[in-house]
Design a protein around this ligand. Structure first.
Ligand code: C6P
Length: 407
């Protein structure tokens, strides 16, 4: 039994009602991207049908309506993560762009050769490569918090890794490859005890749990809309206002200025200082609609249902001979990565597709995680609140089918 009315919820997602290779679609690739409810699709379509205009630029009615809707979405994000002010919410393309923004605008100006950046072994490439690039540009050093065999962070050396040279700690809230929920509140407190700022990559957290940036006391929190039932190409950077105020803009152009002459440009106030050029207006409006949708269902209800799905899937898959789950941390969210003995994960993905099952196979843009476990790839099923217990059975059936074909 679920706390959610799944039949009604699934009616909101038109894409779920189709056949793939003669089977009903079972969409278990939500960590890659989530599906969109009619409420989000309609918000985007209605914007283009009725209100389409550029924002912050026109006195005409359409421009005012577009601006109100765009800024209204910012207010929704502010409340969704419990930021203090909408000045702390910057629209970006997604988590990747937000990490790059913080790397270049906040960290780079303070970085000298020999300084350090601390990440963890289970980061997505989006929270590795921008820091590596920064190290190459400045001569700084990238340090890595190690991981245990179950896929938890080994925090026994954290205090030694947080040194007087550490300029930022950048940590994933939830691992996309393993599902591990990291104890970030405690980690943030330990970094702050040494005055080290913290960026949290929340791309895999915000679709699944209540996030309160003030309670966490993180300095930056980044996420993508498309993983939380909103369109692609939109996401948000939360940053503490004092830090954002002190930072220089990352990109220059229209809308991020108050005045421009050839002698001098005066930058706009927050949050516009970091939003150069015409933004993704429809995407922001879609993200606002997705937040409304999640709030209506209740984030705690979504989390409870997804947790029940994860427990059921973990029990059933663990009971299958010849299947190994990668990532067995005590605290996990919505991700089940696994290997079937003697079968390459890509073959698993292909056979699954023939049965209408959509999962992701590969390194999940987390190659250091694969290197740690000594494997090239995993098969990854990832759940959203619209998934059902019958779909967990379909997943188990899919694994059995693969095993029959490879027996
Ligand atoms: N993970 C996955 O299949 P973007 O691409 O900017 O929307 O999100 C990047 C990103 C950052 N951090 C984490 C923890 C992520 O999981 C992702 C995206 C997808 O796991 C696509 S690679």
């Amino acid at each position: 039994m679920s706390v959610l009315d799944l039949a009604a919820i699934r009616q909101d997602f038109p894409i779920l009602h189709q056949q793939i290779n003669g089977h009903p679609l079972v969409y278990l690739d939500n960590a890659a991207t989530s599906q969109k409810p009619n409420q989000v699709i309609d918000a985007v379509a209605n914007y283009y049908r009725q209100d389409n205009a550029n924002v912050h630029r026109g006195v005409h009615r359409l421009s005012q309506r577009a601006t109100d809707a765009y800024e209204g979405a910012r207010d929704k994000i502010r409340d969704f993560v419990n930021a203090q002010s909408d000045k702390e919410i910057i629209f970006v393309r997604g988590a990747t762009e937000a990490v790059n923004l913080v790397a270049q605008s906040f960290v780079r100006p303070q970085l000298q050769a020999g300084d350090e950046i601390l990440i963890s072994h289970m980061e997505h490439h989006a929270n590795i490569v921008p820091w590596q690039m920064l190290c190459e540009q400045t001569g700084a050093k990238l340090n890595v918090i190690p991981m245990t065999k179950v896929g938890e962070l080994d925090l026994s050396t954290l205090d030694e890794l947080l040194t007087s040279k550490t300029k930022i700690m950048a940590i994933g809230h939830v691992s996309n490859a393993l599902g591990t929920i990291n104890p970030i509140k405690d980690m943030i407190a330990r970094a702050h005890a040494k005055n080290i700022p913290v960026l949290v990559d929340g791309a895999q957290a915000v679709p699944h749990m209540i996030v309160d940036v003030q309670d966490l006391d993180c300095d930056f929190y980044v996420f993508s809309g498309h993983k939380m039932f909103a369109p692609t190409g939109i996401g948000a950077l939360y940053g503490k206002q004092t830090l954002l105020e002190a930072m220089s803009p990352w990109q220059g152009g229209g809308d991020m200025i108050l005045s421009v002459s050839f002698a001098h440009t005066e930058y706009n106030e927050l949050p516009y200082k970091f939003e150069a050029g015409t933004p993704n207006i429809s995407g922001a409006i879609g993200l606002g609609a997705a937040i409304d949708y999640m709030n209506n269902l209740g984030i705690a209800n979504l989390a409870a249902h997804e947790h029940a799905l994860l427990i059921a899937a973990t029990e059933k898959v663990t009971a299958l001979p010849g299947v190994r789950i990668i990532g067995t941390a005590a605290q996990k969210a919505s991700v089940l990565s696994f290997m079937i003995e003697g079968v390459h994960p890509h073959d698993v993905g292909t056979i699954f597709d023939q049965q209408g099952l959509a999962i992701r196979t590969g390194h999940h843009c987390a190659q250091p995680v694969m290197q740690f476990f000594g494997i090239p790839a995993t098969a990854r099923a990832s759940f959203a609140f619209y998934n059902t217990f019958d779909e967990i059975d379909a997943l188990v059936g899919g694994i059995k089918k693969v095993q029959e074909l490879f027996a």
